[in-house]
Design a protein around this ligand. Structure first.
Ligand code: AMP
Ligand code: MN
Ligand code: MN
Ligand code: MN
Length: 286
């Protein structure tokens, strides 16, 4: 089996196409500076950065993997499913994500109405200005609220606003787990459960999720991610093994200073894991 140094592969990060701070070219340049050799761009619900990022990666000698992070509703919770090696030209995937993009606009308007009741005006326009042509996310609302002095920083935003039970939260209906996994698979990709440790699932639901996900054709879970603690690396390595799932690794980098982890600073997978990139030609040279 090949062994890969920790910092050289990163299969989860965001550009300005979703809620990252760097445009795709700059993100790839940053990855290169940080020593990343195999990189997947996984913007939320949008494939728009992949072409540019791939060309930038070629210039830097980085092996590029087309990716996406799809928002899903499962048992009244929001989960994120990463697709790796998806086809950016796949019509069904593109059409489904276009629907999500529109849904995000409707959701943002409702979020804004709710924030207005809490005394925060013009949030939709403000967040949209932050997003530009990108999909509109809670991160853009957070940036607007911080920049306009409503809230001290984005950490406080996600504590006092935009989350369940707080102003600006909208219980949005995302795609089903089955639809996300099927779209990813049908476009030639591999479905990966992103940061499973972040959903607050008890053991019963966690196991149900793994089983259901596998049943739809899902193949891997993130074991090492910026949003897991080192004890969670071991916990999810065991779960991956138990459910015969491969393991993925990614920083979930959004930008300098605003991410759980910097690119190229991430631990290796526990040795018991089967890496999701095990049989990828792009990762053989490492
Ligand atoms: P959305 O997909 O619009 O619900 O936005 C979700 C995004 O908000 C995530 O991808 C994160 O980038 C960001 N986010 C969620 N929770 C937090 C948090 N506690 N602190 C900072 N950013 C967060
Ligand atoms: Mn994000
Ligand atoms: Mn996520
Ligand atoms: Mn992410």
């Amino acid at each position: 089996m090949i062994t890969i140094l920790p910092a050289t592969i990163d299969l989860h990060c965001h550009s300005t196409i979703s809620d990252g701070l760097y445009p795709p070219e700059a993100l790839v340049a940053h990855a290169h500076k940080q020593g990343v050799k195999v990189l997947a761009l996984t913007d939320h619900d949008d494939l728009g950065g992949l072409g540019v990022a791939r060309r930038a990666a070629e210039q830097h000698g980085i092996q590029f993997i087309d990716g996406v992070e799809i928002s899903v509703t499962w048992k009244n919770r929001t989960l994120h499913i990463v697709g790796l090696k998806v086809n950016p030209a796949d019509t069904a995937l593109k059409a489904a994500l276009a629907v999500v993009k529109q849904g995000r606009i409707s959701r943002a308007k409702l979020m804004s109405e709710d924030l207005e009741k809490a005394g925060i005006e013009g949030a939709f326009e403000g967040a949209q200005a932050m997003a530009g042509n990108s999909i509109i996310t809670r991160t853009h609302f957070a940036r607007f609220m911080v920049e306009n002095g409503h809230v001290k920083n984005s950490k406080v935003v996600f504590k006092k606003y935009l989350v369940k039970g707080k102003p600006g939260f909208v219980d949005h209906q995302w795609m089903s787990l089955e639809a996300a996994v099927t779209l990813i698979k049908n476009s030639g990709g591999t479905a990966v459960i992103a940061h499973p440790g972040r959903y607050g699932l008890g053991m019963v639901n966690m196991h149900l999720l793994m089983q259901e996900f596998r049943g739809y054709g899902g193949e891997a879970i993130e074991v090492v991610t910026g949003s897991h603690t080192p004890p969670q690396y071991d916990q999810f390595a065991k779960i991956a093994h138990r459910f015969s799932l491969k393991a993925s690794l990614g920083s979930d980098f959004h930008g300098p200073g605003i991410s759980y982890m910097e690119m190229g600073c991430i631990s290796e997978l526990p040795t018991t894991c089967v890496p999701v990139w095990n049989d990828w030609p792009e990762a053989q040279h490492l």
